[in-house]
Design a protein around this ligand. Structure first.
Ligand SMILES: Cc1ncc(COP(=O)(O)O)c(C=O)c1O
Length: 903
């Protein structure tokens, strides 16, 4: 028997297998199905022989799943033994389609071993007596019993199910700790785990799948059974924290219950004393996650006969449904939208601005789900969430170290708060006209410079985007650790607008703000953390040079550190929330000291008429992620990895298009593991682990930059072609690329559509190049060269004009952006200069200095080329002159650049 990832059999690379583990099951089915087809067609003995082995391998994976279960698998084996290739193929196809469609969740006939779909329920050992809409999940039991008794246990579990249960569950049984972890990695249906004390610590064979998770789990077999239970529970929590864990013990459970570490277990039972109680507890655990306090109340509210005497005529829909002219809106959206509209904050609803009831409850549930201490729902997008956090934590004159390439809400947030941005530069990707992330070295350098200038006390925050629009994921933990070593009370704002889903990927979670916060909290509490700091302090000496500090991996003093971490997240961008649904997540040990100012910031920015439906969707999005997020995210990752593979290996598509690899998106210096591509087949486990754990930047696989320059398309034109001709929508482009994003909504049909469209476009190009004359070919090559080779250098932030700097002689970069912003309100103090004028060149040569009066943000690339008060340099003008995009916010071509006059 082999574990489910023998590398030689996988179409996936090891790293992609680790990122999208459930996909490994599909691999096994694909190989069984293709052999079954071949066998049915040819009836060859050698194909049948290969199928026997493929079925053995398949069963090795299938033992971690409730469906199809032993009865259906035995039947499949039976067809093989009977040499009935056609019946084998029919059943294999039926099971694999059922797995993909998840029909077994809702339709009892899916479990039938007979060919007829209408088998009576009571003849099926796994009979499921639920209605179509009853949600389904599986319970993993980790048992000490011999495998011969497992079916009995399964039947016992099935025996306590009752028709009145609000969820249906099916048992999956394993006998040791590595198998338990393999099961929760492979099987997204698992919703709860029952540990029967006495299960084995070891599976007795190597398990390469778990090796990749070794940096986050510890199940080494030391100590006694109790320790093993706790370590396995801890490992389960690190992989899938949403799962409930129950323990069945035959020892002194009262003393066990007193151990502090046992809090990780939801409930302890005396071994099999109360099977019904266990069953009811499991259902209760699921029910807790299923509960959506605000949405549940909103649904109830909508059903009540309420007369409204408040503003919002649309509430209850009477003005819509009775109208001659707008009733189509009612028909389109359906009555519930209007019944659920209200501006009331009482009578079953709650106030988003001052929540005390079900919104507060929903926010607290979201906080727990995302691993935060506090969560705040925001109904105006992460644009508002960012401004709230900046205003809450920064006062005029405070310095914030800010990625210049961040979303504009941060820049505007600084203007509003009066904070001075110290812009730091992300590494450029000139070839694709975009930026990556900000190297840690650059961030440390900024902190050390400010320290040398005696300004460190003014630095309040580091504000970074994780992941960036183009998918650069930071090593959040390391960034925070090293910055805290320089400034122990630094506050972190991680804009994770795009990355909220990552909490439901065990590996990506480590690189989210909240994931890193959990790891840091744990780490800093360990005695080794103080010892490490002490040893480093001694090694560095009393006055280490900046060079030494820059090249050392710094560790913070755990006694001095104040962990203050904020994460903003556009739930609508990666989960099932309505547009503008956003959340602020907080893990701040000093939150009580800033809570009142945080509320002021909420009052400043939040609408007093927040949209009920957006709030409800935030509540529901949390429910979904807690109950099926693991599988959905794994699917989104699998889809992206598959698109990467299909596009880059396709003989015709790959001549013109390419999904950029990690090596193309992240310079080598930030990829110490040497990982080049997720589909790299030669990568070792060690390298896969190293890249996820240690690389300074990792590429979020779901964000796929598709280069289109070699097909002669600029990003914007290609985006328009895809939207207008092929119904494919995307949002970001660069000069020679478009950004595709896979998410929890995508299916394999979407991959097929995309590949089909790319084939069509590529073949069309092939025909044109072959059939049109030399003139066409020369023009095409010229166009490609312009898009691929002739790219303007990306201009760095220059500096703030001296009048906006506290100390014009220092070489630090922060400046008073707010004063510059408001100086531009005085028209008399502003002038305009045409971008193409000779006067502009003259001023660049001999002054007076050109100072931007406002933000100038071209789309693409979408970051401010100029901010208020910034000195305009030759480099910036060159870039602007080469820019051929239509949308440039803050720039009126007919008036020219708006400048602040010299004072
Ligand atoms: C990094 C980043 N932060 C914040 C935002 C704003 O988010 P929202 O659209 O939810 O207001 C965006 C929008 O694209 C973004 O890319």
């Amino acid at each position: 028997m082999t574990y489910p990832v023998p590398p030689q059999q996988m179409s996936h690379s090891l790293i992609s297998a680790a990122l999208a583990t459930p996909a490994l099951r599909a691999d096994r089915w694909l190989s069984v199905l293709s052999l079954a087809r071949k066998w049915a067609e040819t009836n060859k003995a050698e194909t049948r022989g290969a199928l026997v082995q493929a079925l053995v391998d398949l069963k090795e994976v299938e033992r971690f799943f409730g469906y199809p279960g032993p009865v259906l698998l035995d039947r499949l084996n039976g067809w093989l033994d009977n040499d009935d290739a056609k019946a084998f193929l029919r059943l294999a196809q039926r099971i694999s389609t059922t797995i993909i469609s998840k029909k077994y969740h809702r339709d009892v006939t899916a479990w039938s071993a007979e060919e007829q779909e209408d088998e009576p329920l009571n003849r099926l050992p796994q009979a499921i007596t639920h209605l179509k809409t009853t949600p389904y999940f599986e319970v993993l039991s980790v048992v000490p019993h011999a495998p011969t008794r497992w079916r009995l246990i399964q039947e016992e579990v099935a025996g306590v199910r009752r028709p009145e249960d609000d969820f249906v569950c099916q048992a999956v049984i394993v006998g040791n700790a590595p198998d338990a972890l393999t099961a929760i990695l492979l099987n997204p249906d698992i919703g709860a785990v029952v540990l029967y004390e006495g299960f084995a610590s070891d599976g007795g064979k190597a398990n390469p799948l778990l090796d990749v998770f070794s940096s986050i789990i510890d199940i080494s077999p030391t100590g006694d059974d109790e320790d093993l239970v706790i370590r396995l529970a801890q490992a389960i929590r690190k992989i899938r924290p949403e799962l409930d864990i129950y323990l069945l013990s035959d020892r002194n459970i009262e003393s066990l219950a007193g151990r502090p570490e046992i809090r990780i277990i939801n409930r302890i039972f005396y071994q099999m004393e109360e099977p019904l109680e266990l069953h009811l507890s499991i259902l209760e655990g699921i029910r807790k996650r299923y509960r959506t306090p605000f949405f549940d109340n909103l649904k109830r509210y909508a059903q009540r006969p309420i007369a409204t005497f408040h503003a919002l005529p649309i509430a209850r829909g009477k003005s819509v449904f009775t109208s001659n002219w707008i009733s189509d809106m009612g028909e389109f959206y359906g009555p519930n939208l209007f019944l659920a509209e209200s501006s009331a904050t009482t009578g079953g609803l709650d106030s988003l601005l001052e929540p005390t009831g079900n919104i507060k409850d929903a926010q607290d549930m979201a906080a727990r789900a995302f691993g935060a201490d506090h969560a705040f729902f925001v109904t105006n997008g992460t644009s508002t969430s960012n401004k709230m956090v900046l205003q809450a934590l920064l006062a005029p004159g405070d310095i914030v170290i800010l990625d210049r390439n961040c979303h504009k809400s941060h820049h505007y947030g600084c203007v509003l708060a009066g904070a001075q941005p110290y812009y730091v530069e992300a590494f450029p990707l000139v070839e694709y006209s975009m930026y990556g992330g900000v190297p840690l070295h650059t961030i440390k350098q900024a902190l050390l410079k400010l320290k040398a200038q005696g300004e460190l006390h003014r630095v309040k925050m580091l504000d970074l985007t994780n992941c960036t629009f183009d998918g650069h994921v930071y090593d959040t933990r390391r960034v925070m650790e090293e910055c805290l070593a320089i400034k122990p009370d630094l506050v972190f704002l991680w804009d994770e607008a795009w990355f909220g889903f990552a909490h439901w990927s065990p590996l990506l979670r480590q690189r989210t703000a909240m994931g890193a916060a959990a790891a840091l909290t744990e780490e800093l509490a360990r005695p080794e953390a103080l010892a490490a700091w002490d040893a480093q302090r001694k090694a560095l000496g009393d006055a280490p040079s900046d060079e030494l500090l820059l090249e050392t991996r710094l560790v913070p003093d755990p006694r001095a550190v104040r962990l203050r971490i904020y994460q903003t997240n556009s739930v609508h961008k990666s989960m099932s929330a309505l547009r503008q649904g956003s959340i602020v997540l907080v893990r701040d040990v000093d939150f009580e000291h800033v809570e009142s100012q945080f509320h002021e910031a909420v009052f400043t920015h939040a609408s007093t008429s927040p949209n009920q439906q957006i709030i409800a969707s935030l509540d529901v999005a949390r429910r979904q992620m807690q109950l099926e997020g693991y599988g959905l995210v794994a699917n989104a990752l699998q889809i992206s990895l598959e698109i990467r593979r299909q596009v880059n290996n396709h003989p015709i598509i790959s001549k013109y298009f390419k999904v950029l690899s990690s090596a193309e998106m992240i310079p080598e210096a930030f990829r110490t593991s040497g990982l080049k591509d997720y589909n790299d087949q030669d990568i070792s486990w060690a390298k896969a682990i190293q890249s996820i754990r240690d690389d300074e930047f990792l590429l979020d696989p779901t964000r796929m930059t598709l280069s289109c320059g070699h097909a002669g398309f600029d990003g914007t034109s290609f985006k328009n072609i895809l939207a207008e001709k092929f119904n494919i929508q995307l949002n970001k482009t660069s000069r020679n690329s478009i950004l595709l994003q896979s998410n929890i909504n995508n299916t394999r049909s979407d991959i097929a559509l995309l590949i089909r469209v790319l084939v069509d476009i590529a073949m069309d190009l092939e025909t044109k190049i072959a059939e049109n004359g030399d003139g066409y070919r020369t023009a095409f090559q010229h166009q490609v060269r312009e898009l691929v080779d002739d790219l303007p250098d990306l201009p760095n932030f220059s500096r703030f004009d001296d009048r906006y700097r506290d100390d014009a002689t220092s070489d630090t970069l922060h400046g008073d952006i707010r004063r510059a912003f408001y100086d531009a309100y005085n028209e008399a103090e502003c002038e305009y200069l045409s971008l193409d004028s000779a006067e502009l060149d003259r001023r660049l040569q001999s002054g007076p200095t050109l100072v931007s009066a406002n933000f100038v943000i071209p789309y693409p690339p979408g970051f401010p080329i100029m901010v208020p008060g910034q000195v305009i340099t030759q480099e910036i003008v060159d870039f602007m002159r080469k820019l051929d995009v239509k949308e440039i916010h803050g720039f009126n071509r007919s008036l020219g650049l708006k400048l602040l006059r010299r004072q």
